[in-house]
Design a protein around this ligand. Structure first.
Ligand SMILES: *Cc1c(COP(=O)(O)O)cnc(C)c1O
Length: 426
């Protein structure tokens, strides 16, 4: 096994290696060279890692279909990989749909989600012929019925009443939810009946998604049991159990692989005797998260004796809002000195005008860390770039894909001029 120095293997992209002096290479390229060439902050995606995770999911899930939940990292470059690996593409807006289409995903392998899809989004979905529209409300049924054209293939999203053990903001399967049709109060059954009797729809399946960053097998097992029963009672063909498989972000957070998850789900479905070809899963985070690292440059080191040391980098909550949103934890490393002891606790903070702009509250870094050095946070491939903002009018970082010694820009760095492209009144 490769010696990655202080970087735990489960937090590193699959192609990560460390050279004789402790420099991290991803996709065969030194992180410091990539930072020099593309600037910082920089997202570096290991493309081989993305493909491996997709293959793992597909082989673990057997004859079922794997849908990539695009919101984790919705780019054209990603869509191309998803298409090449024969996954489906899940979109929750016109923009995510367009990213998939521009990346070459066939519309028939797209699923459109959303708890408040606009008329424009629904019309586009029907016009391009997306594979399934996941109906989420009675208002949406009304809207779809007003659209002209052939019958629409739909799934119906059910909230099965499961309290998945995860952060409240990303829990979606409980009774009190803005998503889907409530099972317990009869709404789900009423919607199923309405769609089965309307000539506008082909109700091809049922869907549920209990939340994100979920680790408890019990939550998924309960969801499958409830949904299988509903599928059989109503004699519908397909069942999608959503995504939400948790990943490890911290040194001591070892979790099952995506292959294990999908294999376990396969067996759970099989135990219910459901035809594998009728089943779907929708992982996002578990495919993209550990594929990327974010690299920053240290700009300021401020020690307040007896209080703490702040290490400020050139990004922050605008490229990774997860710590602020959910209190999420990350680790930090100096990518060119992975053989150095990382034994001094500091607060790794961004450059935004908020005291909450903390990337890692208690980061362990070398005691002799200097201004100008690179620091990286691993496992930033999901919901980082995707949830980023231009807060403080900061341009978004570049995203580079690496594989076998080659680097290519997936998304160029935003310029300050880009930030004014929507503004009038000069
Ligand atoms: C976000 C989402 C997913 C993916 O969740 P992950 O935690 O990234 O796996 C799947 N399905 C739906 C409907 C979602 O909203």
């Amino acid at each position: 096994m490769a010696d990655l120095g202080v970087l735990p293997e489960h937090l590193a992209p699959l192609s990560a290696t460390v050279d004789g002096v402790g420099e991290l290479l991803v996709g065969g390229l030194a992180v410091s060279e990539l930072a020099g060439r593309f600037g910082t902050p920089l997202f570096i995606y290991d493309e081989g890692h993305l493909r491996s995770r997709m293959r793992e999911a597909v082989s673990g899930f057997g004859r079922g279909q794997v849908i990539y939940a695009s919101k984790a990292f919705p780019t054209i470059a990603m869509a191309r990989i998803v298409d090449e690996e024969r996954l489906w593409w899940d979109a929750a807006s016109l923009g995510e749909m367009k990213a998939g289409l521009l990346g070459g995903v066939r519309p028939s392998r797209m699923v459109l989600h959303g708890n408040n899809k606009s008329m424009e989004e629904l019309r586009s979905a029907v016009e391009v012929g997306v594979g399934r529209v996941v109906v989420d409300s009675f208002d949406e049924i009304d809207r779809l019925e007003r659209l002209a054209g052939d019958a629409i293939y739909v799934w119906l999203r059910v909230t099965p009443g499961i309290e998945a053990h995860t952060h409240a903001y990303v829990r979606t399967g409980q009774q009190d939810s803005k998503f889907g049709f409530n099972l317990a109060n009869g709404d789900a059954q009423r919607a199923i009946t309405r769609m089965k009797t309307s000539s506008r729809f082909v109700l091809s399946g049922l869907h549920c998604h209990i939340g994100s960053q979920v680790f408890a097998l019990d939550s998924f097992r309960d969801a499958v049991a409830i949904m299988v029963e509903l599928v059989e009672e109503n004699d519908v063909e397909e069942l999608c159990i959503g995504g939400g498989f948790g990943v490890g972000y911290l040194r001591d957070e070892l979790v099952p692989s995506l292959g294990d998850w999908t294999h376990w789900l396969r067996e759970t479905f099989d135990a219910h005797g459901i035809d594998p070809e009728r089943t779907f899963v929708e992982p996002g985070r578990a495919i993209a998260a550990a594929a990327a690292v974010t690299v920053y440059t240290v700009g300021v080191i401020k020690t307040i004796p007896g209080v703490r040391t702040y290490v400020a980098v050139d990004g922050g909550m605008s490229d990774n809002p997860r710590p602020v949103l959910y209190g999420s934890g990350y680790e930090a490393y100096v990518p060119s000195r992975l053989f150095a002891a990382h034994d001094t606790t500091v607060a790794l903070v961004g450059k935004h005008c908020e005291s909450g702009d903390v990337l890692v509250r208690e980061a362990c870094l070398p005691s002799d860390l200097r201004v100008g050095e690179l620091v990286m946070t691993p496992v930033t491939g999901a919901y980082g770039w995707a949830m980023g903002s231009n807060y403080n009018k900061l341009p978004r970082p570049a995203v580079v894909g690496v594989h076998q010694g080659q680097a290519r820009l997936m998304v160029r760095r935003e310029t300050v001029d880009d930030l004014f492209r929507l503004e009038l009144g000069l």
